[in-house]
Design a protein around this ligand. Structure first.
Ligand code: IMP
Ligand code: MG
Length: 180
């Protein structure tokens, strides 16, 4: 579905190609049976593609998900992160690859990485499909990044604005209110 407020930044084919490359980068540095922990909901589409790309590379990942609080209806971060539901119980003593859709202020990845470490995951790598380095507010750099982008609001490929646009098969920029 085409929406005039959404401008394509990365077409689906470009995302696919980059996810394939990411899986190759991951394979070179991470054990084949790593537990991949995806942050809901934003990473669900990326996770599905990344896991299959890791399989293509001969890896045998385990898959877990974790939900943390998100923006809600706002387009700026609340600065708070909290876990909704239970931590995956199976990370103790395991190599973990933590996966999120976007590294923005960095609070979500840092908070969640520290939480996994506190719960015995060892070692922990981090992966973000998109990275907005201009926005960083805490000290963290994901080990694996799909695309570096400027400070624009993006949607699609699992990423939402107020729970809309997650279904889009590409990554787009959402025009600010009044621009379109
Ligand atoms: P951080 O904790 O500030 O790094 O924020 C990361 C989270 O904010 C991501 O998991 C996204 O859910 C959300 N987020 C950051 N930028 C965007 C955006 O451009 N569109 C939609 N969600 C975003
Ligand atoms: Mg999120």
């Amino acid at each position: 579905m085409v929406d005039e407020r959404v401008e394509v930044l990365f077409p689906g084919a470009e995302v696919d190609a980059r996810v394939g490359e990411l899986a190759r980068e991951i394979k070179d540095r991470v054990p084949a049976d790593v537990t991949v922990v995806g942050l809901l909901k934003g990473s669900f589409m990326f996770m599905a593609d990344l896991i299959r790309a890791m399989d293509d590379e001969g890896m045998t990942p385990k898959v877990e998900f974790l939900q943390v609080s998100s923006y809600g209806l706002e387009t700026t971060s609340s600065g708070r992160v909290k876990v909704i539901g239970d931590l995956p119980g199976s990370v103790g003593g395991r190599p973990v690859l933590l996966v999120d859709d976007i590294q923005d202020t960095g609070r979500t990845l840092k908070f969640t990485r520290d939480l996994l470490v506190e719960n015995g995951a060892d070692p922990v790598w981090t992966c973000a499909l998109l990275d907005k380095p201009e926005r960083r507010a805490v000290e963290i750099e994901a080990d694996f990044v799909g695309f570096v982008i400027p400070d624009v609001f993006v949607v699609g490929y699992g990423i939402d604005y107020a729970e809309n646009f997650r279904h889009l098969p590409f990554i787009g920029r959402l025009a600010p209110e009044g621009e379109v």
